[in-house]
Ligand binder design. Structure first.
Ligand code: BJW
Length: 235
Protein backbone atom coordinates (compact mmCIF):
# COMPACT_ATOMS: atom_id res chain seq x y z
CA UNK A 1 0.00 0.00 0.00
CA UNK A 2 1.51 3.40 -0.92
CA UNK A 3 2.07 5.91 1.87
CA UNK A 4 -1.15 7.84 2.51
CA UNK A 5 -2.29 10.27 5.20
CA UNK A 6 -4.21 8.39 7.91
CA UNK A 7 -7.41 10.13 6.93
CA UNK A 8 -6.74 9.45 3.23
CA UNK A 9 -9.66 8.59 0.99
CA UNK A 10 -9.41 5.49 -1.16
CA UNK A 11 -11.62 4.65 -4.13
CA UNK A 12 -11.42 1.09 -5.44
CA UNK A 13 -12.98 0.28 -8.81
CA UNK A 14 -13.60 -3.42 -9.39
CA UNK A 15 -14.55 -5.40 -12.49
CA UNK A 16 -15.31 -8.95 -13.47
CA UNK A 17 -11.70 -10.07 -12.96
CA UNK A 18 -12.02 -9.85 -9.17
CA UNK A 19 -14.80 -12.46 -9.22
CA UNK A 20 -13.16 -14.78 -11.76
CA UNK A 21 -11.42 -16.88 -9.12
CA UNK A 22 -14.74 -17.18 -7.29
CA UNK A 23 -16.03 -19.08 -10.31
CA UNK A 24 -17.88 -16.32 -12.18
CA UNK A 25 -17.20 -15.64 -15.85
CA UNK A 26 -15.71 -12.37 -17.04
CA UNK A 27 -17.12 -10.78 -20.21
CA UNK A 28 -14.23 -10.34 -22.58
CA UNK A 29 -11.62 -12.93 -21.54
CA UNK A 30 -11.31 -16.14 -23.54
CA UNK A 31 -14.47 -18.17 -22.90
CA UNK A 32 -16.11 -15.10 -21.30
CA UNK A 33 -19.84 -14.26 -21.42
CA UNK A 34 -19.63 -12.22 -24.62
CA UNK A 35 -18.12 -15.22 -26.44
CA UNK A 36 -21.20 -17.27 -25.53
CA UNK A 37 -23.93 -14.74 -26.22
CA UNK A 38 -24.02 -11.53 -28.29
CA UNK A 39 -24.18 -8.50 -25.99
CA UNK A 40 -26.52 -6.84 -28.52
CA UNK A 41 -29.00 -9.67 -27.84
CA UNK A 42 -29.04 -9.46 -24.03
CA UNK A 43 -27.47 -6.27 -22.69
CA UNK A 44 -29.33 -3.35 -24.27
CA UNK A 45 -32.80 -1.90 -23.63
CA UNK A 46 -33.57 -2.63 -27.30
CA UNK A 47 -32.73 -6.33 -26.81
CA UNK A 48 -35.08 -6.47 -23.81
CA UNK A 49 -37.89 -4.81 -25.77
CA UNK A 50 -37.39 -7.17 -28.72
CA UNK A 51 -37.06 -10.43 -26.81
CA UNK A 52 -37.73 -10.10 -23.07
CA UNK A 53 -37.86 -13.88 -22.53
CA UNK A 54 -34.34 -14.35 -23.94
CA UNK A 55 -32.97 -11.53 -21.76
CA UNK A 56 -34.79 -12.83 -18.65
CA UNK A 57 -33.39 -16.32 -19.31
CA UNK A 58 -29.85 -14.94 -19.55
CA UNK A 59 -30.20 -13.22 -16.16
CA UNK A 60 -32.16 -16.11 -14.60
CA UNK A 61 -29.29 -18.46 -15.43
CA UNK A 62 -26.72 -16.06 -13.97
CA UNK A 63 -28.91 -15.51 -10.87
CA UNK A 64 -29.05 -19.27 -10.31
CA UNK A 65 -25.29 -19.51 -10.88
CA UNK A 66 -24.56 -16.83 -8.29
CA UNK A 67 -26.61 -18.72 -5.69
CA UNK A 68 -24.67 -21.97 -6.24
CA UNK A 69 -23.14 -22.80 -2.83
CA UNK A 70 -19.75 -23.21 -4.53
CA UNK A 71 -19.64 -19.50 -5.39
CA UNK A 72 -18.06 -17.50 -2.57
CA UNK A 73 -15.91 -14.40 -2.05
CA UNK A 74 -12.21 -15.02 -2.72
CA UNK A 75 -9.17 -13.55 -0.91
CA UNK A 76 -9.37 -10.37 -3.02
CA UNK A 77 -12.93 -9.53 -1.91
CA UNK A 78 -11.99 -10.39 1.68
CA UNK A 79 -8.87 -8.19 1.59
CA UNK A 80 -10.91 -5.16 0.47
CA UNK A 81 -13.41 -5.72 3.28
CA UNK A 82 -10.51 -5.92 5.79
CA UNK A 83 -9.08 -2.70 4.37
CA UNK A 84 -12.40 -0.89 4.84
CA UNK A 85 -12.68 -2.12 8.43
CA UNK A 86 -9.10 -1.21 9.37
CA UNK A 87 -8.47 2.02 7.45
CA UNK A 88 -8.97 5.21 9.51
CA UNK A 89 -10.00 7.20 6.42
CA UNK A 90 -12.69 6.29 3.88
CA UNK A 91 -12.61 3.27 1.57
CA UNK A 92 -15.29 3.31 -1.13
CA UNK A 93 -15.62 0.28 -3.41
CA UNK A 94 -17.25 1.11 -6.74
CA UNK A 95 -18.00 -2.15 -8.48
CA UNK A 96 -19.10 -2.73 -12.05
CA UNK A 97 -20.04 -6.25 -11.00
CA UNK A 98 -23.64 -7.23 -10.43
CA UNK A 99 -22.72 -10.16 -8.14
CA UNK A 100 -22.95 -9.80 -4.35
CA UNK A 101 -19.48 -11.08 -3.45
CA UNK A 102 -18.24 -7.76 -2.03
CA UNK A 103 -21.22 -7.64 0.37
CA UNK A 104 -20.73 -11.27 1.33
CA UNK A 105 -17.05 -10.54 2.04
CA UNK A 106 -18.05 -7.69 4.36
CA UNK A 107 -17.62 -4.51 2.28
CA UNK A 108 -20.19 -1.95 3.41
CA UNK A 109 -19.25 1.31 1.67
CA UNK A 110 -20.09 -0.03 -1.77
CA UNK A 111 -21.70 1.23 -4.95
CA UNK A 112 -22.98 -1.14 -7.63
CA UNK A 113 -22.70 1.20 -10.61
CA UNK A 114 -24.03 -1.44 -13.06
CA UNK A 115 -26.79 -2.71 -10.76
CA UNK A 116 -27.38 -5.93 -8.84
CA UNK A 117 -28.24 -9.37 -10.17
CA UNK A 118 -30.28 -10.31 -7.09
CA UNK A 119 -32.60 -7.32 -7.54
CA UNK A 120 -35.30 -6.51 -10.07
CA UNK A 121 -37.27 -3.33 -10.59
CA UNK A 122 -40.65 -2.41 -11.94
CA UNK A 123 -40.44 -0.13 -14.98
CA UNK A 124 -43.46 1.78 -13.61
CA UNK A 125 -42.69 1.98 -9.86
CA UNK A 126 -38.90 2.12 -10.46
CA UNK A 127 -37.87 0.94 -6.97
CA UNK A 128 -35.47 -2.04 -6.98
CA UNK A 129 -36.20 -4.97 -4.68
CA UNK A 130 -34.69 -8.36 -3.93
CA UNK A 131 -35.46 -11.24 -6.32
CA UNK A 132 -33.72 -14.59 -5.92
CA UNK A 133 -35.81 -16.82 -8.18
CA UNK A 134 -36.39 -16.94 -11.92
CA UNK A 135 -38.17 -13.96 -13.44
CA UNK A 136 -40.79 -14.59 -16.12
CA UNK A 137 -42.03 -12.05 -18.66
CA UNK A 138 -45.59 -12.00 -17.30
CA UNK A 139 -44.65 -11.70 -13.59
CA UNK A 140 -46.67 -9.05 -11.69
CA UNK A 141 -45.06 -6.21 -9.76
CA UNK A 142 -45.84 -6.82 -6.07
CA UNK A 143 -46.58 -3.07 -5.63
CA UNK A 144 -48.54 -1.86 -8.65
CA UNK A 145 -49.71 -5.38 -9.64
CA UNK A 146 -49.09 -4.64 -13.32
CA UNK A 147 -47.89 -7.71 -15.27
CA UNK A 148 -44.86 -7.72 -17.55
CA UNK A 149 -43.10 -4.64 -16.18
CA UNK A 150 -40.38 -6.23 -14.06
CA UNK A 151 -36.82 -6.13 -15.42
CA UNK A 152 -33.39 -7.06 -14.06
CA UNK A 153 -31.91 -4.23 -11.96
CA UNK A 154 -28.83 -3.94 -14.16
CA UNK A 155 -27.37 -1.20 -16.36
CA UNK A 156 -27.35 -2.06 -20.03
CA UNK A 157 -25.44 -0.33 -22.83
CA UNK A 158 -26.96 3.05 -23.52
CA UNK A 159 -28.30 3.40 -19.96
CA UNK A 160 -26.94 5.70 -17.29
CA UNK A 161 -24.83 3.93 -14.65
CA UNK A 162 -26.04 4.36 -11.07
CA UNK A 163 -24.91 6.86 -8.42
CA UNK A 164 -22.66 8.76 -10.87
CA UNK A 165 -22.83 12.01 -8.86
CA UNK A 166 -21.57 10.30 -5.72
CA UNK A 167 -18.90 8.41 -7.68
CA UNK A 168 -17.61 11.53 -9.41
CA UNK A 169 -17.36 13.44 -6.12
CA UNK A 170 -15.45 10.55 -4.55
CA UNK A 171 -13.06 10.36 -7.53
CA UNK A 172 -12.30 14.08 -7.36
CA UNK A 173 -11.70 13.91 -3.58
CA UNK A 174 -9.66 10.71 -3.32
CA UNK A 175 -5.99 10.30 -2.44
CA UNK A 176 -5.64 6.82 -3.94
CA UNK A 177 -7.51 5.26 -6.86
CA UNK A 178 -7.13 1.51 -7.34
CA UNK A 179 -8.58 -0.34 -10.33
CA UNK A 180 -8.90 -4.12 -10.03
CA UNK A 181 -9.77 -6.70 -12.69
CA UNK A 182 -11.43 -4.55 -15.32
CA UNK A 183 -10.49 -4.42 -18.99
CA UNK A 184 -11.12 -0.69 -19.41
CA UNK A 185 -13.43 -1.28 -22.37
CA UNK A 186 -16.63 0.16 -20.93
CA UNK A 187 -17.30 3.83 -20.21
CA UNK A 188 -17.77 5.76 -18.04
CA UNK A 189 -15.81 3.45 -15.65
CA UNK A 190 -12.95 3.23 -18.15
CA UNK A 191 -12.56 7.01 -17.93
CA UNK A 192 -12.32 7.22 -14.14
CA UNK A 193 -8.50 7.01 -14.08
CA UNK A 194 -8.20 9.94 -16.48
CA UNK A 195 -10.60 12.02 -14.34
CA UNK A 196 -8.57 11.22 -11.24
CA UNK A 197 -5.30 12.09 -13.00
CA UNK A 198 -6.75 15.41 -14.18
CA UNK A 199 -7.83 16.27 -10.64
CA UNK A 200 -4.09 15.99 -10.00
CA UNK A 201 -4.16 14.70 -6.47
CA UNK A 202 -4.43 10.93 -6.17
CA UNK A 203 -1.96 8.12 -6.74
CA UNK A 204 -3.36 5.65 -9.31
CA UNK A 205 -2.77 1.91 -9.32
CA UNK A 206 -3.96 -0.89 -11.56
CA UNK A 207 -4.11 -4.48 -10.25
CA UNK A 208 -4.98 -6.84 -13.08
CA UNK A 209 -4.13 -10.15 -14.67
CA UNK A 210 -3.19 -8.35 -17.89
CA UNK A 211 -2.75 -4.64 -18.61
CA UNK A 212 -6.11 -2.96 -19.33
CA UNK A 213 -6.88 -0.66 -22.27
CA UNK A 214 -5.93 2.32 -20.13
CA UNK A 215 -2.89 0.76 -18.46
CA UNK A 216 -0.54 3.59 -19.46
CA UNK A 217 -2.70 6.08 -17.53
CA UNK A 218 -1.93 4.47 -14.16
CA UNK A 219 1.10 5.58 -12.17
CA UNK A 220 1.66 2.01 -10.97
CA UNK A 221 0.65 -1.41 -12.29
CA UNK A 222 0.79 -4.77 -10.53
CA UNK A 223 0.01 -7.80 -12.69
CA UNK A 224 -1.25 -11.12 -11.32
CA UNK A 225 -4.40 -12.91 -10.21
CA UNK A 226 -6.58 -10.79 -7.94
CA UNK A 227 -6.60 -13.41 -5.17
CA UNK A 228 -2.84 -12.86 -4.81
CA UNK A 229 -2.13 -9.26 -5.80
CA UNK A 230 -5.02 -7.64 -3.90
CA UNK A 231 -4.21 -9.12 -0.44
CA UNK A 232 -0.52 -8.36 -1.03
CA UNK A 233 -1.31 -4.75 -1.98
CA UNK A 234 -3.66 -4.18 0.96
CA UNK A 235 -1.50 -5.79 3.67
C1 BJW B 1 -8.44 -10.81 -13.82
C2 BJW B 1 -8.54 -12.14 -13.51
C3 BJW B 1 -8.05 -12.48 -12.27
C4 BJW B 1 -9.35 -11.95 -15.44
N1 BJW B 1 -7.53 -11.57 -11.47
N2 BJW B 1 -7.93 -9.89 -13.02
C5 BJW B 1 -17.50 7.21 -24.14
C6 BJW B 1 -17.90 7.84 -22.96
C7 BJW B 1 -19.03 7.41 -22.27
C8 BJW B 1 -19.78 6.36 -22.76
C9 BJW B 1 -19.40 5.72 -23.93
C10 BJW B 1 -18.28 6.15 -24.61
N3 BJW B 1 -18.13 5.38 -25.69
C11 BJW B 1 -19.11 4.47 -25.69
C12 BJW B 1 -19.92 4.64 -24.66
C13 BJW B 1 -21.15 3.86 -24.36
C14 BJW B 1 -20.98 2.55 -23.63
C15 BJW B 1 -19.61 1.94 -23.79
O1 BJW B 1 -18.74 2.08 -22.97
N4 BJW B 1 -19.39 1.22 -24.86
C16 BJW B 1 -18.09 0.60 -25.10
C17 BJW B 1 -18.30 -0.82 -25.59
C18 BJW B 1 -17.28 1.49 -26.01
N5 BJW B 1 -21.30 2.74 -22.23
C19 BJW B 1 -22.55 2.75 -21.80
O2 BJW B 1 -23.50 2.60 -22.57
C20 BJW B 1 -22.77 2.98 -20.34
N6 BJW B 1 -23.65 4.07 -20.16
C21 BJW B 1 -23.30 5.32 -20.48
O3 BJW B 1 -22.23 5.58 -20.98
O4 BJW B 1 -24.25 6.29 -20.17
C22 BJW B 1 -23.97 7.66 -20.53
C23 BJW B 1 -22.99 8.32 -19.63
C24 BJW B 1 -21.98 9.11 -20.16
C25 BJW B 1 -21.07 9.74 -19.32
C26 BJW B 1 -21.14 9.61 -17.96
C27 BJW B 1 -22.16 8.84 -17.43
C28 BJW B 1 -23.04 8.18 -18.27
C29 BJW B 1 -23.39 1.76 -19.68
C30 BJW B 1 -22.49 0.58 -19.68
C31 BJW B 1 -23.22 -0.63 -19.11
C32 BJW B 1 -22.33 -1.87 -19.12
N7 BJW B 1 -23.11 -2.98 -18.80
C33 BJW B 1 -22.44 -4.28 -18.62
C34 BJW B 1 -23.53 -5.33 -18.32
C35 BJW B 1 -24.06 -5.14 -16.87
C36 BJW B 1 -25.04 -6.18 -16.49
C37 BJW B 1 -24.49 -7.58 -16.64
O5 BJW B 1 -23.53 -7.97 -15.92
O6 BJW B 1 -25.03 -8.30 -17.47
O7 BJW B 1 -21.52 -4.21 -17.53
S1 BJW B 1 -21.42 -4.76 -20.00
C38 BJW B 1 -20.17 -5.52 -19.02
O8 BJW B 1 -18.92 -4.79 -19.18
C39 BJW B 1 -20.60 -5.33 -17.56
C40 BJW B 1 -19.30 -5.00 -16.90
O9 BJW B 1 -19.53 -4.35 -15.67
C41 BJW B 1 -18.61 -4.14 -17.94
C42 BJW B 1 -17.12 -4.06 -17.75
O10 BJW B 1 -16.52 -5.32 -17.89
P1 BJW B 1 -15.25 -5.69 -17.01
O11 BJW B 1 -15.63 -5.78 -15.60
O12 BJW B 1 -14.13 -4.78 -17.33
O13 BJW B 1 -14.96 -7.19 -17.53
P2 BJW B 1 -14.07 -7.68 -18.78
O14 BJW B 1 -14.46 -9.06 -19.06
O15 BJW B 1 -14.11 -6.71 -19.88
O16 BJW B 1 -12.56 -7.65 -18.23
C43 BJW B 1 -12.14 -8.55 -17.24
C44 BJW B 1 -10.77 -8.11 -16.75
O17 BJW B 1 -10.42 -8.95 -15.66
C45 BJW B 1 -9.64 -8.23 -17.79
O18 BJW B 1 -8.86 -7.04 -17.76
C46 BJW B 1 -8.80 -9.41 -17.29
O19 BJW B 1 -7.40 -9.24 -17.53
C47 BJW B 1 -9.08 -9.37 -15.81
N8 BJW B 1 -8.97 -10.65 -15.14
N9 BJW B 1 -9.11 -12.80 -14.61
C48 BJW B 1 -7.49 -10.26 -11.91
N10 BJW B 1 -8.09 -13.79 -11.87
Amino acid sequence: MPHLPRQGRIVVLTGAGISKESGLDTFRCEGGLWSKVRLEDVATPEAFAANPALVQDFYNARRRGLQDPAIAPNPAHLALARLEAAWPGEVLVVTQNIDDLHERAGSRNLIHMHGELLKVRCQVCDDPFEWRGDLTVDERCPDCRRPGRLRPHVVWFGEMPLAMDRIERALMDCDLFVSIGTSGNVYPAAGFVLGVRRAGRAHTVELNLEPSEGASLFAETVLGPASQVVPAFVE
